[in-house]
Design a protein around this ligand. Structure first.
Ligand code: AMP
Ligand code: TRP
Length: 339
Protein backbone atom coordinates (compact mmCIF):
# COMPACT_ATOMS: atom_id res chain seq x y z
CA UNK A 1 0.00 0.00 0.00
CA UNK A 2 1.43 3.38 -0.89
CA UNK A 3 1.39 5.67 2.08
CA UNK A 4 2.29 8.81 0.21
CA UNK A 5 -1.34 9.86 -0.14
CA UNK A 6 -1.52 10.44 3.61
CA UNK A 7 -0.64 13.87 4.98
CA UNK A 8 2.52 13.58 7.13
CA UNK A 9 0.92 13.73 10.54
CA UNK A 10 2.24 13.04 14.03
CA UNK A 11 0.05 11.85 16.89
CA UNK A 12 1.12 10.96 20.39
CA UNK A 13 -0.35 10.84 23.87
CA UNK A 14 0.48 10.74 27.56
CA UNK A 15 -1.71 9.34 30.34
CA UNK A 16 -2.72 11.63 33.21
CA UNK A 17 -2.14 8.96 35.83
CA UNK A 18 0.14 10.59 38.36
CA UNK A 19 2.80 13.18 37.64
CA UNK A 20 5.12 13.49 34.66
CA UNK A 21 8.65 12.10 34.98
CA UNK A 22 11.99 12.71 33.34
CA UNK A 23 11.19 9.57 31.31
CA UNK A 24 8.10 11.26 29.90
CA UNK A 25 10.08 14.38 29.18
CA UNK A 26 13.11 12.85 27.46
CA UNK A 27 11.36 9.83 25.92
CA UNK A 28 8.32 11.73 24.71
CA UNK A 29 7.64 15.46 25.27
CA UNK A 30 11.08 16.82 24.29
CA UNK A 31 10.87 14.82 21.07
CA UNK A 32 7.30 16.00 20.43
CA UNK A 33 8.52 19.61 20.65
CA UNK A 34 11.31 18.87 18.16
CA UNK A 35 8.78 17.51 15.65
CA UNK A 36 6.75 20.72 15.59
CA UNK A 37 7.24 22.57 12.35
CA UNK A 38 9.32 19.73 10.91
CA UNK A 39 7.07 19.13 7.91
CA UNK A 40 4.41 17.37 9.99
CA UNK A 41 1.05 18.33 11.34
CA UNK A 42 1.43 17.59 15.04
CA UNK A 43 -1.35 16.40 17.35
CA UNK A 44 -0.66 15.82 21.05
CA UNK A 45 -3.16 14.42 23.47
CA UNK A 46 -3.68 13.94 27.18
CA UNK A 47 -5.18 10.45 27.06
CA UNK A 48 -7.56 10.56 30.01
CA UNK A 49 -9.67 7.64 28.77
CA UNK A 50 -6.54 5.49 29.02
CA UNK A 51 -5.87 6.67 32.58
CA UNK A 52 -9.19 5.30 33.84
CA UNK A 53 -8.26 1.73 32.88
CA UNK A 54 -7.10 1.73 36.50
CA UNK A 55 -9.04 3.54 39.24
CA UNK A 56 -8.48 7.31 39.36
CA UNK A 57 -9.88 9.65 41.95
CA UNK A 58 -12.13 12.02 39.91
CA UNK A 59 -10.72 15.30 41.25
CA UNK A 60 -7.20 13.90 41.00
CA UNK A 61 -7.81 12.91 37.38
CA UNK A 62 -8.86 16.45 36.47
CA UNK A 63 -5.77 17.86 38.18
CA UNK A 64 -3.47 15.32 36.52
CA UNK A 65 -5.02 16.11 33.13
CA UNK A 66 -4.19 19.79 33.62
CA UNK A 67 -0.72 18.90 34.86
CA UNK A 68 0.11 16.87 31.74
CA UNK A 69 -1.23 19.73 29.60
CA UNK A 70 0.94 22.18 31.58
CA UNK A 71 3.94 19.89 31.03
CA UNK A 72 3.39 19.90 27.28
CA UNK A 73 3.00 23.70 27.20
CA UNK A 74 5.91 24.47 29.55
CA UNK A 75 8.23 22.24 27.52
CA UNK A 76 7.40 24.10 24.32
CA UNK A 77 4.32 22.60 22.69
CA UNK A 78 2.75 25.62 21.03
CA UNK A 79 -1.05 25.49 20.65
CA UNK A 80 -0.73 27.70 17.58
CA UNK A 81 1.47 25.09 15.85
CA UNK A 82 0.17 21.84 17.33
CA UNK A 83 -3.24 20.56 18.25
CA UNK A 84 -3.28 19.99 22.02
CA UNK A 85 -6.34 18.49 23.73
CA UNK A 86 -7.60 15.85 26.14
CA UNK A 87 -8.96 12.68 24.62
CA UNK A 88 -12.38 12.52 26.32
CA UNK A 89 -13.43 15.83 24.75
CA UNK A 90 -13.31 14.17 21.32
CA UNK A 91 -15.86 11.35 21.55
CA UNK A 92 -14.76 9.92 18.20
CA UNK A 93 -11.83 8.21 19.99
CA UNK A 94 -14.18 5.97 21.94
CA UNK A 95 -16.34 5.34 18.87
CA UNK A 96 -13.46 4.22 16.66
CA UNK A 97 -12.11 2.27 19.64
CA UNK A 98 -15.28 0.15 19.58
CA UNK A 99 -14.91 -0.58 15.86
CA UNK A 100 -11.32 -1.67 16.49
CA UNK A 101 -12.41 -3.92 19.37
CA UNK A 102 -14.27 -5.77 16.64
CA UNK A 103 -11.20 -5.88 14.36
CA UNK A 104 -8.44 -6.80 16.84
CA UNK A 105 -8.22 -10.46 17.86
CA UNK A 106 -8.13 -11.73 21.43
CA UNK A 107 -4.95 -13.63 20.57
CA UNK A 108 -3.24 -10.36 19.64
CA UNK A 109 -4.19 -8.79 22.96
CA UNK A 110 -2.90 -11.82 24.82
CA UNK A 111 0.56 -11.12 23.46
CA UNK A 112 0.77 -7.55 24.84
CA UNK A 113 3.66 -7.59 27.30
CA UNK A 114 2.61 -4.36 29.04
CA UNK A 115 -0.75 -5.91 29.94
CA UNK A 116 0.96 -9.02 31.27
CA UNK A 117 3.33 -6.86 33.35
CA UNK A 118 0.58 -4.64 34.71
CA UNK A 119 -1.95 -7.36 35.36
CA UNK A 120 0.64 -9.72 36.81
CA UNK A 121 -0.92 -12.51 38.82
CA UNK A 122 -4.04 -10.38 39.18
CA UNK A 123 -5.22 -10.80 35.57
CA UNK A 124 -8.76 -11.88 36.54
CA UNK A 125 -9.36 -8.75 38.58
CA UNK A 126 -8.11 -5.94 36.33
CA UNK A 127 -10.58 -3.97 34.22
CA UNK A 128 -11.65 -5.07 30.77
CA UNK A 129 -10.51 -1.60 29.68
CA UNK A 130 -6.91 -2.34 30.64
CA UNK A 131 -7.00 -5.40 28.40
CA UNK A 132 -8.62 -3.54 25.48
CA UNK A 133 -6.43 -0.45 25.90
CA UNK A 134 -4.13 -1.08 22.90
CA UNK A 135 -7.18 -1.11 20.65
CA UNK A 136 -8.19 2.35 21.93
CA UNK A 137 -4.60 3.48 21.37
CA UNK A 138 -4.86 2.30 17.75
CA UNK A 139 -8.05 4.37 17.47
CA UNK A 140 -6.27 7.44 18.88
CA UNK A 141 -3.67 7.18 16.14
CA UNK A 142 -5.76 6.07 13.18
CA UNK A 143 -8.61 8.52 13.87
CA UNK A 144 -6.24 11.14 12.44
CA UNK A 145 -4.63 8.89 9.82
CA UNK A 146 -1.39 9.64 11.68
CA UNK A 147 1.67 8.52 9.74
CA UNK A 148 4.23 8.85 12.56
CA UNK A 149 4.01 8.18 16.29
CA UNK A 150 6.91 9.26 18.52
CA UNK A 151 6.95 7.16 21.67
CA UNK A 152 9.31 5.60 24.21
CA UNK A 153 10.57 2.07 23.75
CA UNK A 154 7.83 0.58 25.96
CA UNK A 155 5.14 1.53 23.40
CA UNK A 156 6.70 -0.18 20.39
CA UNK A 157 4.51 -3.26 20.59
CA UNK A 158 1.36 -1.14 20.81
CA UNK A 159 2.24 0.78 17.65
CA UNK A 160 2.95 -2.51 15.89
CA UNK A 161 -0.50 -3.69 16.96
CA UNK A 162 -1.91 -0.46 15.51
CA UNK A 163 -0.37 -1.43 12.16
CA UNK A 164 -1.91 -4.91 12.42
CA UNK A 165 -5.33 -3.40 13.13
CA UNK A 166 -5.02 -1.00 10.17
CA UNK A 167 -3.93 -3.79 7.86
CA UNK A 168 -6.72 -6.14 8.95
CA UNK A 169 -9.37 -3.43 8.62
CA UNK A 170 -8.13 -2.52 5.14
CA UNK A 171 -8.01 -6.18 4.12
CA UNK A 172 -11.39 -7.17 5.61
CA UNK A 173 -13.20 -4.32 3.88
CA UNK A 174 -11.11 -4.24 0.69
CA UNK A 175 -10.04 -0.63 1.16
CA UNK A 176 -6.82 1.32 1.57
CA UNK A 177 -8.27 3.57 4.20
CA UNK A 178 -5.95 3.48 7.22
CA UNK A 179 -2.19 4.12 6.92
CA UNK A 180 0.42 1.77 8.33
CA UNK A 181 1.80 4.11 10.98
CA UNK A 182 5.54 4.29 11.63
CA UNK A 183 6.71 4.23 15.25
CA UNK A 184 9.44 6.83 15.86
CA UNK A 185 11.64 5.57 18.70
CA UNK A 186 14.85 7.55 18.43
CA UNK A 187 17.50 9.30 20.48
CA UNK A 188 19.51 8.49 23.59
CA UNK A 189 16.60 8.35 26.06
CA UNK A 190 13.84 6.13 24.68
CA UNK A 191 14.04 4.13 27.91
CA UNK A 192 15.03 6.19 30.95
CA UNK A 193 15.69 3.92 33.91
CA UNK A 194 14.96 4.17 37.63
CA UNK A 195 17.67 6.15 39.49
CA UNK A 196 17.84 3.53 42.27
CA UNK A 197 17.72 0.41 40.08
CA UNK A 198 19.02 0.66 36.53
CA UNK A 199 17.22 -2.51 35.46
CA UNK A 200 13.78 -0.96 36.01
CA UNK A 201 12.07 1.71 33.92
CA UNK A 202 11.57 5.11 35.52
CA UNK A 203 7.82 5.35 36.06
CA UNK A 204 5.20 7.59 37.61
CA UNK A 205 4.50 5.15 40.38
CA UNK A 206 7.05 3.39 42.54
CA UNK A 207 7.89 3.16 46.19
CA UNK A 208 10.43 5.95 46.49
CA UNK A 209 10.35 9.45 45.04
CA UNK A 210 14.18 9.27 44.91
CA UNK A 211 13.98 6.78 42.05
CA UNK A 212 12.51 9.29 39.60
CA UNK A 213 12.71 12.95 38.69
CA UNK A 214 9.33 14.61 38.39
CA UNK A 215 8.82 17.42 35.91
CA UNK A 216 7.49 19.46 38.84
CA UNK A 217 10.63 18.99 40.97
CA UNK A 218 12.47 22.18 41.88
CA UNK A 219 16.17 22.80 41.25
CA UNK A 220 17.37 21.53 44.65
CA UNK A 221 15.35 18.34 44.41
CA UNK A 222 16.57 17.58 40.86
CA UNK A 223 20.16 18.14 41.91
CA UNK A 224 19.87 16.05 45.08
CA UNK A 225 18.22 13.11 43.31
CA UNK A 226 20.88 12.96 40.60
CA UNK A 227 23.77 13.28 43.04
CA UNK A 228 22.30 10.43 45.09
CA UNK A 229 21.54 8.26 42.06
CA UNK A 230 22.88 4.74 42.39
CA UNK A 231 26.10 4.01 40.48
CA UNK A 232 28.89 1.45 40.51
CA UNK A 233 32.45 2.14 41.73
CA UNK A 234 34.16 2.24 38.29
CA UNK A 235 34.76 5.55 36.50
CA UNK A 236 33.32 6.33 33.05
CA UNK A 237 34.98 4.10 30.43
CA UNK A 238 36.63 5.03 27.12
CA UNK A 239 33.92 3.51 24.93
CA UNK A 240 30.16 3.03 25.02
CA UNK A 241 30.55 -0.74 24.66
CA UNK A 242 32.24 -0.87 28.04
CA UNK A 243 29.01 0.34 29.67
CA UNK A 244 27.53 -3.08 28.88
CA UNK A 245 26.43 -4.67 32.14
CA UNK A 246 26.52 -1.31 33.97
CA UNK A 247 22.84 -0.26 33.71
CA UNK A 248 23.01 2.66 36.17
CA UNK A 249 26.07 4.16 34.46
CA UNK A 250 24.52 3.61 31.03
CA UNK A 251 21.36 5.39 32.19
CA UNK A 252 23.13 8.49 33.54
CA UNK A 253 25.14 8.80 30.32
CA UNK A 254 21.91 8.53 28.30
CA UNK A 255 20.20 11.18 30.44
CA UNK A 256 23.17 13.50 30.04
CA UNK A 257 23.20 12.95 26.27
CA UNK A 258 19.48 13.62 25.89
CA UNK A 259 19.59 16.77 28.03
CA UNK A 260 22.63 18.13 26.17
CA UNK A 261 21.39 17.10 22.70
CA UNK A 262 24.49 14.95 22.25
CA UNK A 263 25.02 11.30 21.37
CA UNK A 264 26.04 8.95 24.21
CA UNK A 265 29.27 8.35 22.25
CA UNK A 266 30.10 12.04 22.41
CA UNK A 267 29.37 12.16 26.16
CA UNK A 268 31.74 9.24 26.72
CA UNK A 269 34.40 10.82 24.52
CA UNK A 270 34.19 14.01 26.54
CA UNK A 271 34.09 12.45 30.01
CA UNK A 272 36.12 9.24 29.65
CA UNK A 273 37.92 8.42 32.89
CA UNK A 274 35.82 10.78 35.02
CA UNK A 275 34.71 9.45 38.39
CA UNK A 276 31.13 9.89 39.64
CA UNK A 277 32.26 12.63 42.01
CA UNK A 278 33.04 14.67 38.89
CA UNK A 279 30.36 13.50 36.48
CA UNK A 280 27.30 13.57 38.76
CA UNK A 281 27.61 17.28 39.69
CA UNK A 282 27.99 18.13 35.99
CA UNK A 283 24.89 16.08 35.20
CA UNK A 284 23.00 17.69 38.09
CA UNK A 285 23.88 21.20 36.88
CA UNK A 286 22.89 20.37 33.32
CA UNK A 287 19.57 18.88 34.48
CA UNK A 288 18.80 21.91 36.64
CA UNK A 289 19.62 24.25 33.75
CA UNK A 290 17.27 22.40 31.38
CA UNK A 291 14.49 21.25 33.73
CA UNK A 292 14.07 23.91 36.42
CA UNK A 293 12.70 26.53 33.99
CA UNK A 294 10.14 23.98 32.82
CA UNK A 295 8.97 23.18 36.35
CA UNK A 296 8.73 26.90 37.12
CA UNK A 297 6.64 27.47 34.01
CA UNK A 298 4.44 24.47 34.85
CA UNK A 299 3.71 25.97 38.26
CA UNK A 300 2.80 29.27 36.64
CA UNK A 301 0.44 27.58 34.18
CA UNK A 302 -1.16 25.39 36.86
CA UNK A 303 -2.06 28.49 38.84
CA UNK A 304 -4.54 29.37 36.06
CA UNK A 305 -6.51 26.18 35.35
CA UNK A 306 -9.13 28.13 33.40
CA UNK A 307 -6.55 29.03 30.79
CA UNK A 308 -5.41 25.41 30.44
CA UNK A 309 -9.02 24.28 30.05
CA UNK A 310 -9.57 26.91 27.38
CA UNK A 311 -6.51 25.75 25.41
CA UNK A 312 -7.61 22.10 25.64
CA UNK A 313 -11.13 23.03 24.53
CA UNK A 314 -9.87 24.87 21.47
CA UNK A 315 -7.56 21.97 20.64
CA UNK A 316 -10.44 19.53 20.96
CA UNK A 317 -12.44 21.54 18.45
CA UNK A 318 -9.60 21.38 15.92
CA UNK A 319 -9.07 17.67 16.60
CA UNK A 320 -12.77 16.98 16.02
CA UNK A 321 -12.67 18.66 12.64
CA UNK A 322 -10.11 16.07 11.48
CA UNK A 323 -11.57 13.12 13.38
CA UNK A 324 -15.24 13.46 12.49
CA UNK A 325 -14.94 12.96 8.70
CA UNK A 326 -12.59 10.00 9.19
CA UNK A 327 -14.99 8.36 11.66
CA UNK A 328 -17.93 8.99 9.33
CA UNK A 329 -16.11 7.34 6.43
CA UNK A 330 -15.18 4.42 8.69
CA UNK A 331 -18.85 3.91 9.61
CA UNK A 332 -19.77 3.99 5.92
CA UNK A 333 -17.09 1.41 5.07
CA UNK A 334 -18.31 -0.87 7.87
CA UNK A 335 -21.95 -0.54 6.75
CA UNK A 336 -23.39 1.32 9.69
CA UNK A 337 -26.53 3.06 8.46
CA UNK A 338 -26.80 6.82 8.62
CA UNK A 339 -30.23 8.42 8.10
P1 AMP B 1 2.77 7.23 29.85
O1 AMP B 1 3.20 8.13 30.95
O2 AMP B 1 2.86 5.77 30.22
O3 AMP B 1 1.46 7.60 29.25
O4 AMP B 1 3.85 7.41 28.70
C1 AMP B 1 3.81 8.53 27.82
C2 AMP B 1 5.02 8.52 26.90
O5 AMP B 1 6.22 8.63 27.66
C3 AMP B 1 5.16 7.24 26.07
O6 AMP B 1 5.63 7.58 24.78
C4 AMP B 1 6.19 6.45 26.83
O7 AMP B 1 6.90 5.54 26.02
C5 AMP B 1 7.09 7.56 27.34
N1 AMP B 1 7.81 7.14 28.56
C6 AMP B 1 7.26 6.86 29.77
N2 AMP B 1 8.21 6.47 30.65
C7 AMP B 1 9.38 6.51 29.97
C8 AMP B 1 10.75 6.22 30.33
N3 AMP B 1 11.07 5.81 31.55
N4 AMP B 1 11.70 6.39 29.37
C9 AMP B 1 11.36 6.80 28.12
N5 AMP B 1 10.11 7.08 27.73
C10 AMP B 1 9.12 6.94 28.63
N1 TRP C 1 -0.28 3.91 25.66
C1 TRP C 1 0.55 5.07 25.79
C2 TRP C 1 1.36 4.96 27.09
O1 TRP C 1 0.97 4.32 28.02
C3 TRP C 1 -0.21 6.35 25.75
C4 TRP C 1 -0.98 6.51 24.48
C5 TRP C 1 -2.32 6.37 24.34
C6 TRP C 1 -0.46 6.80 23.20
N2 TRP C 1 -2.67 6.60 23.02
C7 TRP C 1 -1.55 6.85 22.32
C8 TRP C 1 0.84 7.05 22.73
C9 TRP C 1 -1.40 7.09 20.96
C10 TRP C 1 0.98 7.28 21.37
C11 TRP C 1 -0.10 7.32 20.49
O2 TRP C 1 2.39 5.55 27.19
Amino acid sequence: MTETRFTPRVFSGIKPSGGLTLGNYLGAIKRFVAMQGGGFETIYCVVDLHAITVWQDPAGLRDATREVAAGYLAAGIDPARSILFNQSQVSQHAELGWIFNCVARVGWMNRMTQFKDKAGSNAEKVSLGLYAYPSLMAADILLYHATHVPVGEDQKQHVELTRDIAAKFNHDFGVEFFPLTTPVIEGPATRVMNLRDGTKKMSKSGESDMERINMTDDADTISKKLKKARTDPAPLPETLDELEGRPEARNLVGIYAALADMTPEAVIAEHAGAGWGTFKPLLADLAVEKLAPISTEMARLMADPGEIDRILGQGAEKARSIAEPILRQTYDIVGLLRS
